[in-house]
Write a protein that binds this ligand. Structure first.
Ligand code: CMC
Length: 430
């Protein structure tokens, strides 16, 4: 057998399967023709060993704790670049020149307003609606307002839809927040940068001037960079699957937002902060560690563990630093939740259970503390994640639509239900 093929033997028969290398990371065994050739499906619930696509956008080495956007380490992008530069990189594949960056910023900035009629959608929601529920509904509704960018076969329309979503997501997220807290909507301001404009739309009120703190805006921008893409995670795979049928991009992103909402995914930052609040004080940590290790207790340490990272999540390290910067800027010297988080991390990282299972803090462990300090209620945390991840979803969606070998996604199953049986009239059923 050559180095670039694998042999599959079932009973007396064998087949050669092609092995394709990645530029970095594991190679894949190509099983696309497996069913046709062998009559067998593969079985991989949760896709733990299955590559669903070929991609050039983001790479994670979970054992090393490495995250690259288009080859650039997340640490360098987060410390030296800004979010719109990362957006350009994810969308176009290269860092922009100064002229390209200026042009991109201009194009995003001038798409930030939403159709005025769309603002009435918000008032149709119950006042106590979760802002993620509002996001799912209103982002899906974009396809009802921007008909001139829903033809996915037109590259120009695809790009306009992409820019519209990156530009409008902060406006929609801020409106969801304002509606949630019962304050008037604040329109976008084109003289502010992306993160400052978002903070302004969230925290300004018409009755007084609001000055955006540049340190907090920089922290917000860095949080957006850290969340911008994460290869084929659940919500991104949802966007790709939705898009594989030819659905318009606004509908696909709404599907991604719905998936992100779950507590095992984007909802974990909200859940992590709630957990820190529930623990409440350092002396209660052992009780919760014990529960997390108990097989009969469904409790998990939220913000710990990751499907791919079996080492420290590189985003968590940057997030932790950002947390300290934000708290220092706001003069918050004693945050009991931060004390609990630091001690919990220390204890868990030295505990045999967590060491053996390679459970490390993920990005959500510290992001909640930072977002709360910035002034956001917990219900907004996943919304901010959705805002930032939109560019990743869009880049992955575009890559898929532009791939000539793209097919509708259609997984198979291992059927374990009844074999064929005859219909029984209701009068004869027991
Ligand atoms: N606390 C306690 N035990 C855990 C935890 C945890 N947070 N996470 C995993 N384990 C245990 C789990 O019980 C299992 O033990 P065993 O092998 O004895 O059955 C083992 O570790 C492997 O867990 P798994 O559920 O099979 O692993 P997974 O890859 O399917 O799950 C995960 C990954 C992120 C869903 C999971 O670690 C988890 O539920 N973490 C808490 C939620 C969380 O923080 N999610 C945010 C993920 S990062 C943001 C994002 O990318 O969306």
């Amino acid at each position: 057998m050559s180095n670039n093929s694998a042999k599959l033997t079932i009973g007396d028969e064998s087949w050669d399967l092609e092995v394709s290398p990645g530029s970095v990371g594991p190679s894949v065994i190509d099983i696309a023709a497996l069913y046709k050739n062998t009559g067998h499906f593969t079985y991989d619930p949760g896709f733990t060993s299955t590559a669903s696509c070929e991609s050039k956008i983001t790479y994670i080495d979970g054992d090393e704790g490495t995250l690259l956007y288009r080859g650039y380490p997340i640490e360098q992008l987060a410390n030296q670049g800004d979010f719109l530069e990362a957006c350009y990189l994810l969308l176009y594949g290269e860092l922009p020149t100064k002229a390209q960056k200026d042009d991109f910023v201009q194009r995003v900035t001038y798409h930030t307003m939403i159709h005025e009629q769309m603002s009435r959608f918000f008032t149709g929601f119950r006042r106590d609606a979760h802002p993620m529920a509002i996001m799912v509904g209103t982002v899906g509704a974009l396809s009802a307002f921007y008909h001139d960018s829903t033809d996915i076969s037109d590259p120009h329309q695809r790009m306009v839809a992409s820019l519209r979503m990156i530009a409008k997501m902060p406006t929609i997220a801020a409106m969801a927040y304002k509606y949630h807290v019962g304050q008037p909507f604040i329109y976008p301001r084109n003289d502010l940068d992306y993160a400052s404009n978002f903070l302004h739309m969230c925290f300004a009120v018409p009755c007084e001037e609001y000055k955006v703190n540049p340190v907090l805006a920089r922290a917000m921008d860095r949080i957006f960079i850290l969340h911008a893409d994460h290869e084929q995670n659940a919500s991104t795979s949802t966007v790709r699957l939705a898009g594989s049928s030819g659905a318009n991009p606004f509908a696909c992103i709404a599907a991604g937002i719905a998936c992100l909402w779950g507590p095992a995914h984007g909802g974990a930052n909200e859940a992590a902060l709630n957990m820190l609040a529930e623990i409440g004080s350092v002396d209660r940590i052992p009780e919760f560690i014990k529960r997390a290790k108990d097989k009969n207790d469904p409790f998990r340490l939220m913000g710990f563990g990751h499907r791919v990272y079996k080492n420290y999540d590189p985003r968590a390290r940057i997030m932790q630093k950002t947390t300290h910067e934000v708290l220092a800027e706001l003069g918050i010297r004693d945050d009991p939740l931060l004390d609990v988080a630091i001690e919990l991390e220390k204890i868990a990282l030295n505990d045999e259970y967590f060491i053996e299972k390679k459970l490390y803090p993920n990005i959500d462990f510290y992001s909640g503390i930072t977002l709360r300090a910035l002034g956001f209620p917990t219900t907004m945390f996943t919304v901010l994640f959705a805002l930032a991840r939109t560019v990743g979803w869009i880049a992955q969606w575009k890559e898929m639509v532009e791939d000539p070998s793209q097919k509708i996604g259609r997984p198979r199953q291992l059927y374990t239900g009844y074999a064929p049986r005859d219909y029984v009239p209701i009068s004869q059923r027991r």
